[in-house]
Design a protein around this ligand. Structure first.
Ligand SMILES: [Zn+2]
Length: 305
C-alpha cells in the first residue's frame, strides 16, 4: 500500500509512520529466534548411520545431514547453531551456511597441537571448544592433557562445552571401551572451575543422571552453564531428567544459564522434537522458554546481551 501525502509535512509524517511500523514489527520478526548450542558436523569420511533409540531415522550421508539440518534451521528460525566435529567437518558445514559456529571436538584421543589450536582460534575457525569427549576416553576435563587448551580458551574468551552424563547402551563393549558412566559426573571437574575462574563452561546434557550435581555446581560457580542436549528427546529416562532438572533450576533461580541444544548427531528430526518438548513444559513461562531457547546462549557465545 502506498500512502500519498499532499501537504508539506508529508515526508515527515511518512517517516514517522515507517519508524512506528518498524518498532511494532521488529520484535515480531525477531521473536521466536533460536540458538542451538549442540549439533554435530561430519564429512562423508566419518559419517555413520544408525536408527536412534527412539526410532528416528538417520540422514543418509553427511551431505544429506547438512541439507536437512539447514532446512530445520530455516523452519525453526535458528539464528546460530554450534556444530562440533573435526576440522574438516567444521569447514564443510561453515562453508555451506554462515549460521554454523565451529566447535572443535576431540573425537580422537589425541588433540591437535596447542599451537595449531591457538592459530585456529585467532582465525575464527575454532569459536567453541567441544564437545569435549574426555569421558569417552576414560578421562575427565580435569585430565592434565586438557589444561593448556583450557588456558587458551580462558585467555581468548572461547566457551567450552563438555560432555556429561551417559551414552548409548553397550557402548563400552563396542567402540567406547574406556567410557564409564561415573566419569560423566560433573563434580569431577570442579578443579577446572577453580583453576580457570574466567572460563565459560557448559555441561552438555546438563549432567543427565547427575543433574542434581549440575544444579549445585551452577549455584556454586556463576560461570557454569548447562545445555539440555539429548535430555529433550532421546529416551523417557532422559526426558524425565530434563523435567526434574528444569523444575529445580526454576525453583533455585538458575534458569538464566540453561541453554537449548538438540544434539542432532545424525538425526535431523531431533531438532523439531526437542523444541516441541521444551515448548510443551507448562511449568515454564514463555519468557523462561525464550531465555533457554535464545538469550542465555547469546550471552554464553559472546554474541551480545
Ligand atoms: Zn553431542
Amino acid at each position: 500500500m502506498v500512502i500519498q501525502f499532499s501537504n508539506d509535512n508529508g515526508n515527515n509524517v511518512k517517516y514517522i509512520i515507517l519508524a512506528l511500523l518498524f518498532l511494532i514489527l521488529y520484535p515480531l520478526l525477531s521473536y521466536g529466534q533460536i540458538i542451538d548450542v549442540h549439533l554435530h558436523a561430519y564429512t562423508e569420511q566419518d559419517y555413520w548411520v544408525a536408527t536412534a533409540r527412539n526410532g528416528f531415522p538417520p540422514a543418509a550421508s553427511a551431505r544429506d545431514l547438512l541439507e536437512k539440518t539447514i532446512w530445520k534451521m530455516d523452519e525453526h528460525n535458528i539464528e546460530w547453531a554450534v556444530v562440533s566435529g573435526n576440522l574438516e567437518s567444521l569447514k564443510y558445514f561453515t562453508q555451506a551456511d554462515n549460521r554454523f559456529i565451529p566447535s572443535y571436538q576431540d573425537y580422537a584421543e589425541n588433540l591437535i597441537s596447542v599451537d595449531s589450536f591457538v592459530s585456529l582460534v585467532k582465525k575464527g575457525d575454532i569459536q567453541v571448544f567441544g564437545e569435549v569427549m574426555a569421558v569417552y576416553h576414560g578421562q575427565t576435563l580435569n585430565d592434565e592433557k586438557y589444561l593448556p587448551y583450557l588456558k587458551v580458551c580462558e585467555e581468548y574468551n572461547i566457551p567450552v562445552a563438555y560432555h556429561t552424563g551417559g551414552t548409548f547402551p553397550g557402548a563400552n563393549a563396542t567402540i567406547w571401551k574406556k567410557f564409564r558412566l561415573s566419569f560423566g559426573n560433573p563434580l569431577l571437574i570442579e578443579d577446572v572451575l577453580v583453576r580457570y575462574p574466567r572460563l565459560k563452561l557448559s555441561l552438555m546434557h546438563a549432567g543427565s543422571n547427575f543433574y542434581e550435581n549440575t544444579l549445585r555446581m551452577m549455584d556454586q560457580y556463576p560461570q557454569l552453564y548447562a545445555d539440555l542436549g539429548v535430555l529433550l528427546w532421546l529416551h523417557p529416562m532422559e526426558k524425565d531428567y530434563a523435567v526434574k532438572f528444569l523444575e529445580s533450576a526454576k525453583k533455585y533461580g538458575l534458569l538464566d544459564r540453561v541453554m537449548f541444544g538438540s544434539d542432532q548427531m545424525i538425526w535431523p528430526d531431533s531438532i523439531t522434537a526437542s523444541i516441541r518438548f521444551l515448548d510443551s513444559l507448562s511449568f515454564l513461562t514463555e519468557a523462561e522458554k525464550r531465555d533457554i531457547l535464545y538469550h542465555n546462549a547469546k550471552r554464553f557465545l559472546n554474541k551480545g546481551e
